[in-house]
Design a binder for this molecule. Sequence first.
Ligand code: PMP
Length: 355
Amino acid sequence: MKKHNFSAGPAILPAPVFQQAAEAVLDYNGIGLSLLEMSHRSGEFVAIMEEAQQSAKDLLGLGDDFDVLFLSGGASSQFFMTAMNLLDENASAGYVDTGTWSKKAIKEAQKFGSLNLLASSADKNYSYIPKGYEIPDNMRYVHITSNNTVAGSQFHNLPDTKVPFVADMSSDIFSRKIDPSRYDIIYAGAQKNLGPAGTTLVIVRKDIAKAQRDIPTMLDYSTHIAKKSAFNTPPVYPIYVCMLTMRWLKEQGGVDAISRHNEDKARLLYDEIDNNPLFRGVVAKEDRSLMNVTFVLENEELQGAFLEACAAANINGIKGHRSVGGFRASIYNAMTKDSVQVLVDVMQDFTKLHG
Ligand code: PMP
């Protein structure tokens, strides 16, 4: 029986995407070849890549001033590639530290430029999004992690600045509307809202895509832009699954429709957390993530029993990140409201027993 998968990533994908992805492994569109054995230069794969790139543009409302790349090396490689390409000895960038992943981004980027730590929520274990800090106009860019997968917080407003943003949207890409004009680079590892692990969506504003210094060819955005994301062998299969997911998303009504759905699901779960005396949310209410819902039991001794109750209800992946503890329900685009209801029912039944 299929489980209700609340895993943070690799994560749930839409059921029809799993089906089509499975079929393509055996025989892609009836051509007598598996997608896994097809050349990345074949007409079939070029069409997949083009549809994937165009769909990302359609879904986010990106104009021709952006290029869409599907690269390897995970979102983690973008931590340094962004800085490597955009900074030089004279430029500096601002970083907002909102948790595990932004800390890692800062660690890597500082090897390639001078960084200014604009704000951090480390003082309260990343349970809020900092606000009201000054951003000097001379920053080359401001880096944010739009959704903090581990802490369960999310930027609901961009910091007030004219400086362009570089954003890690690994865990909330395509989950809500964005204003593309505010960004120079958006990157997202595929394995949450987009596809399997193995590729990273990188959206680059064309006019900035010339590295400011001599860097390895593979790490230069302009290389991949010039070769339409096929300079070397791209991760063919993950890109295909991303394309299918984006096709599905368009069929659902695009980002506007899915964002309403996401708000609905998040409300259902947060309402239960707020109304159930056994549980408590860990993030400031106004900064709560609509993708990764983090919460704890007031009585930690009940943790094991709650995990058992979840397992008995066929719920997977609810345990919090090892660095935070508690629970984390990841409710990405493909998560149904019915599955969220199953979790809410378990919480209510648990309270009847232990409340
Ligand atoms: N950024 C965020 C917000 C993430 O959640 C993750 C992975 N969970 C990463 C970056 C790292 O991604 P990858 O494993 O693809 O390098």
